[in-house]
Design a protein around this ligand. Sequence first.
Ligand code: XIL
Length: 397
Amino acid sequence: MKLRRWLAAGAVAVVTATALNVVPATAGRPYDPAAQSLRELAKRHGLYVGTAVDMAALNDAAEPRYRELAASEFSTVTAENVMKWESLEPTRGTYNWGPADELIDFARKNNQRVRGHVLVWHNQLPAWLTSGVADGSISKAELRQILRNHITAVVTHFKGKIWQWDVVNEAVSDPWDTPSTLHYKGFWAQNLGPGYIADAFRWARAADPKALLFYNDYNIEAFGSGNPADDKTQFVYNMARDLRAKGVPIDGVGAQGHLGTQYGNFSTLQVAAALRKFAGLGLATALTEVDVRSQITEGVEAGDSAEINPRLQASAANFSVLMQACLAERHCLSFTLWGFTDKHSWVPGAFSDPPEGLATVYDENYQPKLAYHELKSDLIFSGPPYVLPRIPQHPRR
Ligand code: XIL
């Protein structure tokens, strides 16, 4: 009996080891990992690789490459804008589901999972909402009810179609804000107090018990001083810990991963340690909006390779740090790029003084950059014992 159990365990171990080490099959061709897409390469790790999708670019007949790559390279998609409140409910009481439904349809056709972005955020709110609160025609009590109805309506509409919801986005201040001590910032905290966060997760869970519910923020890729007064990662960690302790249904924390080559860079080990610490709370993690921007100097504009190449190299290295850290942590479920081509990146529009750009993994002509090839290398040249397949996550409460 004992021997038989031992043999069975041994057989399982052999099968597992074989499965992990097997070279993926290709139809009669010699296996060439570099010819595989990001999504194919990520599959061996159980990792989903994604992109934010700009619906105007997706529907632009003059740019077939955008649609082709969005379908072929990625196994998960996020709506860059069309699931935000101002897009979904531009007029009070009238929902415009069209563009978001189109993305869901695109994902279904291409066998992709969808990250829902975003239920509660202080930006891109409809004017009727912000002005109603500002002029007092919407009371605080009514505002809370409006938020509840919005979450319920949106999550119900997409029920069963969303893998991970960004329930609350960017609720925490930055050290450069006033006051500099980290605090809950923005429209929702100001009007409802920080209790809206727990409420939002509970309302979302009630509407779709199967979706994974995430808190999402930037500058939380690595821990700093460990003091929540100035370390945003620690602040968010404490928040997530307290929410879990209270039984609030939060399943994951998303680190956006908006990096810049002009800043101090993280090491892979720092980011991996942060992801592991969040996993220690029983949470899934994800890199949700990765891009690595650079300052566009006159030299860059003029095509000076001495200025362009160091930026492309530093950008590639930063993408790679985040990818390797995600691969190393089995609860890191997905790695999503915030756009995949410099032709359609939010960076030049959002960072103009000084101008920034070059933030994605394909250039403006849809040619893959060094960053793209490095992401592929990370997926190819990693495996056991340090990189093991993801552990699928299910909503816990
Ligand atoms: C950005 C979009 O990319 C832009 O097109 C839009 O004009 C502004 O919002 N953090 C987030 C995203 O959570 O929703 C933001 O997306 C980028 C920063």
